[in-house]
Structure formats: structure tokens, C-alpha cells
Write a protein that binds this ligand. Structure first.
Ligand code: DOR
Length: 429
């Protein structure tokens, strides 16, 4: 991938602007000057202008992923804030929130400050999510107020659940003081035991240890009830099961403090795909059945699921090349996201492209309280340019992450990111 500084004047010509905020699609040029949007329409340009041909392409808000793992500090061999930024740009993402399960975890105002300072040097905007409990150990709340003051945008022990219900209650109650989302990785570890995949016919055939969908949905139900009790804001990450969706759908009828995300991999794959024992498909929560997958698509359409988040989780080849029961949970997902979700949701399930783009832009920004006014004169250009119809095969060469643990390699994709413009730079594949 090629990342270069924008010239003084840049002319995006011949493209269609898809504005997910105004809900419009219009054919218009854009002039960017000194990294900021200067004009729309028939823009006047000088000879020295950098012209970018966007004919047949869609120009829209830069994507925002509120759930990635960039492994810094501690496991820079898997991913750094810089390498994660490159993966993000390749996927059209200009802004991400990083999860705190690093080493040490992001559980103090000092580590939040470290991430905020380091991200200034990166070509995307990176917001830290602070840990709910100290050391992600589950028994003492972190200094949320002080961490928010340093730049934390939400709290989560992601990778691990908050098992203690009183702790989760306190986190939600404390969160009401700041109106920020509490994100709980819902997996009942007692029920999960040593399960490495979804419990069902496929796990029985493969002879792999498994855990049932209740592992997730019971804890989602608990969290939804605690949200009602406390008045706190709950964001449910990586929803994977139909049973969890039933609880979320019902809860949302009477509680506007609940939001939920879905990953591209839970939409794209089913447990049948695990028959080749590809450890890149080992994730937490696990890939589930065809009927769960169908329920996720329906839940995107009816608004039960608010946004798409990749849960980009880099791991080394050495770790992933071990046996299925020993390999770590997680897959990368930034680079393959758009081609995968556009295929499943737009091509195969008739979702409107505008709605899909909202799931990647305005919806996650709303949840995190980020600015959504990105197509306006004077704002810093934070834009993604994509071909909504390109058919292509995802390959290892498309990966910018330091890690290569993607089960999307070799898969047919529909729709492709062409350019990402952010922080005065343009990346081109
Ligand atoms: O599969 C996963 N991997 N799920 C998570 O929640 C954590 C992630 C990781 O950090 O590797």
C-alpha cells in the first residue's frame, strides 16, 4: 500500500458522494486544500492540483471501527499502532477504538495518555478504551474518571468477561456519571470451560471441545437486566447468537441505552467452515450455525444490531499454526471488512449500500460520541473512496497488518476500498 502526503490542492473528480448523515447520494466533485474540504460541485482548480479520478466510485465518510486490538504496548511483534493504522487505512477506516487487553493492560490514566500521545504520530485517529477492572482481573474497578480525563472513550475488559455481577453493576452505575458505553465481552467462562467452537452437530462430528450459545446469551441477558437496574449505557460487542439477539431486541423496546455490534466474520462464516480445522476461524465468541448467521443478517436489517466492528485480533503465525485447541482466539479483519460485509449484506441480502455505509460510519461514531459532520466545508478530510461492485479475491498481499491470521484469504469479495484520505495523507492500494 502506498501512503503519501496530500498535495496542497486535491481534486476528487467524477465520483458520487454518499453522505450517510444527510442520507443522500449525489454526483459531485470535491476540492481538498491543505487537508481540509474547500469546495463541492464544479470546483475550480489550478494546474498544480492533484487530480484523482473517482469515476464509478463512491466517496463517503472514513469508516470508524469501535473494536480493534492493536497489541501495543507489549506485543508489538503482532501489531503496533502504526501497523494497525496501515491495516485500517487499507480497509477504509480512518478512526478506531483500541481494546485494552494489551500487556500491560490499558487500565490506568498513564497508559491511556501513552496511547493518546502515540496515536498523534499515526495516520489514523486512535481512541483508547480503558479496562473496566484493574489488570482485567475482575475484582477492582479502574479509575474511570481519571482515565476519561486523559482520553478514554469507553470501558471494557474485552477478551475477558466481567464475571462478577456486582462489579458489572458498579461499572454500569459509575458509567452513568459520564454517559459512556460499558462494553462487556459476554461469555460465561464456567459454561465455556475448554470449548474452542460452537456446540452443535459440527463440533460433535469434528470431536472438538465446544460451548453452547447460552454461554453468550445468558451473560447478555444479565447485562441487559443490570443496564435497566442502573440506568447505565451498555454496548454489546461481537454478538454471535440468535438467542442473544432475542434478548437485545426485546430490551431495546424499553431501553434506549443499549447498542450492539456484529463482526464481518460472524456474518460471513458458519461453523461448517471449521471443517478444515483452520485455526484462523477460532474466535471468541465462536462462529455459529447457519440459522444464527441468518438471524444476524435479519438483526442488521431491523436495527437490533447498530453497527459493524471488526474485532481485528492479530496473532503470530507460530501461535496460529498450532492445533485447534491450543491456538489463541482471534482473527484480523480490517482489510477484508468492506468486501465481506458488502457481499453478505448488500449483494446477497439486498441491504441498501447507504445503510451499510451508516453501519460503518455514522452509527459507530454516534455510539462513541464522535463528530459525524464530515462532508462540510472547512472540515479535515476524513474520507473513504470505494468501488461498491468490484469482484475480487482477498489475498495475503492485501494484508497490511503485521499478523496474517485471516480466514478471508482466498474468499470472493464484493466491493473494494480504493483510497482512504485522512490526516493530510492519502493511501492507495
Ligand atoms: O477472538 C477474540 N480474540 N476475541 C476477543 O474478544 C479477544 C481477541 C483477542 O484479543 O485476541
Amino acid at each position: 500500500m502506498n501512503l503519501t502526503k496530500l498535495k496542497k490542492q486535491v481534486h476528487l473528480s467524477g465520483g458520487q458522494i454518499l453522505d450517510p448523515l444527510a442520507k443522500t447520494i449525489t454526483k459531485k466533485d470535491i476540492l481538498i486544500e491543505n487537508g481540509k474540504i474547500k469546495a463541492f460541485g464544479n470546483v475550480k482548480t489550478s494546474k498544480s492540483v492533484q487530480k484523482i479520478d473517482c469515476k464509478g466510485l463512491i466517496i463517503t465518510h472514513g469508516f470508524c471501527d469501535l473494536h480493534v486490538h492493536f497489541r501495543e504496548p507489549g506485543r508489538e511483534d503482532k501489531e503496533t499502532l502504526e501497523s494497525g493504522s496501515m491495516a485500517a487505512l487499507a480497509g477504509g477506516f480512518t478512526r478506531v477504538c483500541v481494546m485494552p487487553n494489551t500487556n500491560p493492560p490499558i487500565d490506568s490514566p498513564e497508559v491511556i495518555r501513552y496511547i493518546v500521545d502515540r496515536s498523534e504520530e499515526c495516520p489514523i485517529y486512535i481512541h483508547p478504551i480503558g479496562a473496566i477492572t484493574k489488570g482485567q482481573k475482575g475484582n477492582e474497578l479502574t479509575e474511570m474518571g481519571a482515565m476519561l480525563a486523559e482520553g478514554a472513550v469507553a470501558f471494557s475488559d474485552d477478551g475477558l468477561p466481567v464475571t462478577d455481577s456486582a462489579m458489572m453493576r458498579n461499572a454500569l452505575a459509575y458509567g452513568t456519571m459520564f454517559d459512556i458505553p460499558i462494553i462487556n465481552h459476554a461469555e460465561d467462562l464456567c459454561l465455556k470451560q475448554d470449548g474452542v467452537m460452537h456446540e452443535g452437530i459440527v463440533s460433535t462430528n469434528l470431536g472438538l471441545p465446544s460451548s453452547p450459545d447460552l454461554t453468550e446469551s445468558n451473560m447478555v441477558h444479565r447485562d441487559l437486566s443490570l443496564t435497566l437496574l442502573t440506568g447505565g449505557r451498555l454496548h454489546v460487542p461481537h454478538v454471535s447468537s440468535s438467542k442473544s439477539l432475542d434478548h437485545i431486541r426485546l430490551s431495546k423496546k424499553s431501553n434506549d441505552k443499549v447498542t450492539a455490534e456484529v463482526t464481518p466474520h460472524h456474518l460471513f462464516f458458519t461453523d461448517n467452515d471449521l471443517q478444515g480445522f483452520d485455526t484462523n476461524l477460532k474466535v471468541a465468541p465462536p462462529i455459529r450455525t447457519i440459522s444464527d448467521q441468518k438471524a444476524l443478517v435479519e438483526a442488521v436489517k431491523d436495527g437490533t444490531l447498530d453497527c459493524i466492528a471488526t474485532d481485528h485480533a492479530p496473532h503470530t503465525i507460530e501461535e496460529k499454526e498450532s492445533t485447534f485447541d491450543l491456538a489463541p482466539f482471534g482473527m484480523i479483519g480490517l482489510e477484508s471488512c468492506f468486501g465481506a460485509v458488502n457481499k453478505v449484506l448488500v449483494k446477497e441480502n439486498n441491504l441498501n449500500l447507504l445503510n451499510l455505509v451508516q453501519l460503518l460510519t455514522t452509527k459507530p461514531r454516534d455510539i462513541m460520541g464522535f463528530n459525524n459532520n464530515l462532508l462540510d466545508i472547512g472540515v479535515h478530510a476524513e474520507l473513504t473512496v470505494l468501488d461498491p461492485k468490484e469482484e475480487w479475491i482477498f489475498s495475503r498481499e492485501d494484508i497490511q497488518s503485521k499478523s496474517k491470521n485471516s480466514p478471508f484469504v482466498g474468499q470472493n469479495m464484493y466491493g473494494r476500498i480504493k483510497f482512504t484520505i485522512n490526516k493530510g495523507h492519502i493511501s492507495k492500494l
